[in-house]
Design a protein around this ligand. Sequence first.
Ligand code: COS
Length: 387
Amino acid sequence: MTQVNYFLTEEQQMIIDLARQIVEEKIIPVRNELDENEEFPWAIIKDLAQADLFGLFIPEEYGGMGGGSLEICLALEHLAHGCIAITTTYAASALGGYPILLFGSEEQKKKYLPEIASGKKLAAFGLTEANAGSDAAGIQTTAEEDGDFWVLNGSKQWITNGGEAEIYTIIAKTDKHKGARGASAFIVEKGDAGFSFGKKERKMGLRASSTRELFFDDCRIPKDRILGRRGQGFIIAMRTLDLARPGIGAVGVGLAQAALDEAARYARQRVQFGQPIISFQAIQHMLADMATEIEASRALIYSVARTIDSGSKNISKIAAMAKLFPTETAMKVAVDAVQIMGGYGYMKECPVEKMMRDAKVLQIYEGTSQILRNVIGKALNSEYAKK
Ligand code: COS
């Protein structure tokens, strides 16, 4: 049967093969145990590091592989076949690294990017707070100048890789009354005085990933840890999210494909009323919709990633689309896979049980589906104002 041809290069196909191999050999055998025990996947992080996957998006001059958006989307998609808790840990390190890549000084890039690229140190991104999630400009953590230092006070909530990462890019208010223009971005290191972590959060899904609160209590960091210029923090956060969102779409495609694979295989084996249930049109139509929406998601993500890699600016709308549709698809496909697999699908021993729990967060983190529609709607409004 002919499959859609995405005309990937040999290098891109190698990334897929590498991710698939890690999934088969390392991730699938342990994913349930890690989920059950809420255990951070350090051993697999080391495998990903050894495979040079942490440096995919980082230029070669800083120790990376020099890949772009498509390369990281391919890695995320194929790792997500195995477990999206582990994939999110990997993705969150890139999310923490993007602000340094996009806005870091030469010194900052030379210091931090090789450490992130090697996978020896994980990174994390700190924007969300107790009272500022979708309303990202509403953050209350402050950073004040004091001689040769910045002094941070406040807290960040639900931070992926919190406590495990060594390098944190943090958005804090430097001018309380300037709204979005009053935020700045900083690099904070684990071990900095006044920087501490809350307890590991317990979650519905993504249970192997680490989610913690970050506390800044007169946390003093050297002046040269600011990223970009004072007042640029909100833009840095938005540009970072723009770059990261197609990757979360790709995580959704990987999860959805794995759920479809499970459901289709099961539907061929499960016999009811004297026939495999895949011979019933009700099941075939569900599988047909699942497969079509997954392929549409994949095509959208690869096209958007290639557009980003061609150097296009103002990518907010297409990046939001490349997260919105694939992650909505992932949730729907995961729910339908459980439905097709019936009682077995609801059992802990069945892979789609975890997939359905894990999928939900894709519609929430890095921009909820509602915020993404706002971003797309706002872009359409200004596009049509010019037509
Ligand atoms: N790239 C560059 N600049 C951007 C931008 C982007 N993607 N998005 C907004 N800006 C700029 C705007 O142009 C505006 O600049 P000016 O002050 O010069 O006009 C400024 O930033 C403020 O933008 P806006 O008025 O649109 O900000 P809002 O407070 O209305 O917030 C949303 C915009 C809702 C889109 C933003 O807060 C958001 O993305 N929220 C979700 C955050 C999120 O994903 N959280 C998950 C945390 S990480 S797991």
